[in-house]
Ligand binder design. Structure first.
Ligand SMILES: NC(=O)c1ccc[n+]([C@@H]2O[C@H](COP(=O)([O-])OP(=O)(O)OC[C@H]3O[C@@H](n4cnc5c(N)ncnc54)[C@H](O)[C@@H]3O)[C@@H](O)[C@H]2O)c1
Ligand SMILES: O=C(O)C(=O)C[C@@H](O)[C@H](O)[C@H](O)COP(=O)(O)O
Ligand SMILES: [Zn+2]
Length: 370
């Protein structure tokens, strides 16, 4: 299957290519050499994690060498724990030890954790060096590698420290997905489902029809799901780069409750996607109460998530603790929790929910878990 290219045009930034295809890691170096911002770059730092390093680091470094880049690497622990200020500081120290200057490029080789961490590191090292995203999970191909949100977690919540840092190039080699386990596959499917509900009938009903094939990793369906998600996200980010115009928040559908679940259950207990899927189920029900979300949509979304291997969680927490966690969400305004609620497929609204209303819905959610 030939590679696909999506061009991301964010106002005020250099346009960048997202290439999607099987086996394209081998031509990473050659492609980077043609990126104008990297024309004279000699040194690269590959940031990857302990699971991905033995699988794809050598191939990435060999390809970079073919493009004329001298590549070093840093390997962080696998999983959400790596998204911390402490690990970011370790990488900055390593970069200084390697005498990397402003003319280096950071190459994020891994899932969303590595992408968010390495992007943040690049955004601040010497006040900013270029970053290239080489996503190796389905989630990072469909969502995190595009759009420039980078950052790390605090105890208090997800992604509370970070920066907007658009990549110079994105290389999504779908062959790397062969080594991904079921949990991580479903995790990526959650962000695809999120995008489809927010985007349009066309995307949503395509996904409903394609769900079994996507869960079974049919090659053509996987490539199409990635391309559709990237095109959707690129359009949203182009309209609202820094989430300041009331548009980009739509990408946070399911994340208000989802991030609280991740933080309170303990980072890594549930995958990001499993938590987001739970948040989508909650938000659709909240929507039915507050903005007349049709019950047909609530049920169709439940069925889609089930088909994608994302069953409702049986976990819950004290409603007051959930409320406190959600109040730390970046969308909160004047102390009120702000939700992205679907009025229908392709039609969403930002709604500030008062504490009493939210608490009663979270209480019902917690009691439904038994
Ligand atoms: N910046 C954004 O716009 C954005 C969007 C969505 C999610 N995120 C963030 O992304 C993170 C989740 O990313 P993720 O789901 O990719 O998790 P992850 O990066 O932790 O990767 C999941 C697991 O898969 C392993 N792995 C990665 N690639 C592999 C491969 N090809 N084969 C085998 N194992 C592989 C990793 O080592 C890890 O153990 C969360 O922190 C979330 O907040 C950011
Ligand atoms: O790109 C965005 O914008 C998103 O919100 C994408 C989300 O899927 C992603 O999980 C993001 O990291 C959430 O950001 P946050 O600002 O809610 O921390
Ligand atoms: Zn997400």
């Amino acid at each position: 299957m030939p590679a696909t290219k999506v061009v991301v045009n964010v106002p005020g930034e250099d346009a960048y290519d997202v290439r999607i295809g099987a086996g394209i890691l081998d031509s990473l170096g050659a492609h980077l050499r043609r990126v104008p911002a990297l024309e004279r770059t000699e040194r690269a730092l590959v940031v990857t994690d302990a699971n991905v390093a033995p699988l794809y680091r050598d191939a990435a470094k060999a390809s970079l060498a073919e493009g004329g880049f001298r590549a070093s690497d840093v390997v962080v622990c696998a999983g959400e724990d790596a998204k911390s200020v402490a690990v970011a500081a370790e990488i900055w120290d390593a970069m200084a030890q390697l005498s990397l200057g402003r003319d280096c490029v950071v190459v994020a080789l891994g899932g969303g954790v590595v992408g968010d961490l390495a992007g943040f590191v690049a955004s601040a090292y010497m006040r900013g060096v270029p970053v290239v995203q080489v996503p190796t999970t389905l989630l990072s191909m469909v969502d995190s590698s595009v759009g420039g949100k980078t950052g790390v977690n605090l105890e208090a919540g997800k992604n509370l420290v970070g920066a907007f840092k658009q990549p110079a190039y994105v290389c999504a080699d779908t062959a790397t997905l062969a080594t991904l386990d079921e949990r991580e596959w479903a995790c990526g499917c959650a962000e695809i489902a999120k995008a489809s509900v927010i985007d349009s009938d066309e995307f949503f009903f395509w996904l409903v029809d394609a769900a079994d094939a996507l869960a079974a990793r049919d090659e053509a369906v996987v490539s199409e799901a990635i391309a559709r998600s990237v095109v959707f996200k690129a359009d949203v980010v182009a309209a609202d780069k820094t989430e300041s115009k009331g548009v980009r928040e739509c990408l946070n559908y399911g994340h208000t409750l989802g991030h609280a679940v991740e933080a309170l259950a303990g980072y890594g207990t549930f995958s990001h996607g499993a938590a987001v899927a739970e948040g989508m189920r909650f938000a659709a029900r909240l929507g039915a109460a507050l903005v007349d979300t049709p019950l047909d949509l609530v049920e169709a979304q439940d069925a889609l998530l089930d088909a994608l291997g994302l069953p409702a969680l049986s976990w819950s927490a004290e409603p007051e603790a959930m409320l406190a966690a959600m109040k730390r969400d970046k969308k909160a305004r004047r102390g009120q929790v702000r939700f992205v609620l679907p009025r229908d497929v392709g039609d969403w609204q930002l709604v500030d929910v008062d504490d009493d209303t939210l608490l009663s819905h979270v209480d019902a959610w917690a009691r439904s878990k038994g």
